[in-house]
Design a binder for this molecule. Structure first.
Ligand code: SF4
Ligand code: SF4
Length: 134
């Protein structure tokens, strides 16, 4: 007898919603820069992203309290995204250079470095204020 084992699945797929999440807009805007400007001025709304999973490696985060400026993080950073000065007791993380490998978060004995869930980090200025952490 003639059989179509795939038929139930194909029919089911016809009525399923797409698995992809249209982000940041449901319909393709004329220009993404224009759309993001509209979002910033409240004239348009961003379609929400899906929840990122536990352990997601987003933008690097840094807080300075308790940092000993030991330089371990800078030593393991393959992207040379971290500058540490023990003499001046200061440290800078360039998030625009970071490749989100998380190695610095693993070696920091004080837990000053961490991966956030933030993933909208595309920028035309790698040294913009929100991309340089001190
Ligand atoms: S490894 Fe941690 S404590 Fe040491 S300099 Fe880096 S952030 Fe500071
Ligand atoms: S996550 Fe990786 S690339 Fe980013 S600052 Fe840390 S060590 Fe460097």
């Amino acid at each position: 007898m003639f059989q179509l084992p795939m038929l139930p699945r194909v029919l089911k797929q016809l009525f399923n919603r797409p698995a992809t999440n249209p982000f940041p807009a449901v319909h393709l805007p004329k220009t993404m820069t224009g759309f993001l400007h509209q979002v910033a001025t409240g004239k348009a709304k961003m379609h929400p992203p899906v929840e990122v999973p536990e352990g997601f490696r987003g933008k690097i985060g840094y807080h300075s309290e308790g940092c000993t400026y030991c330089g371990m993080c800078a030593k393991v950073c393959p992207a040379r995204a971290i500058d540490v000065s023990r003499e001046n007791k200061c440290m800078t993380v360039y998030a625009g250079h970071c490749i989100q490998c998380a190695q610095c978060t693993e070696v920091c004995p004080k837990g000053n470095l961490f991966m956030t869930k933030e993933f909208l980090t595309a920028t035309t200025d790698r040294y913009a204020q929100d991309m340089v952490l001190e």
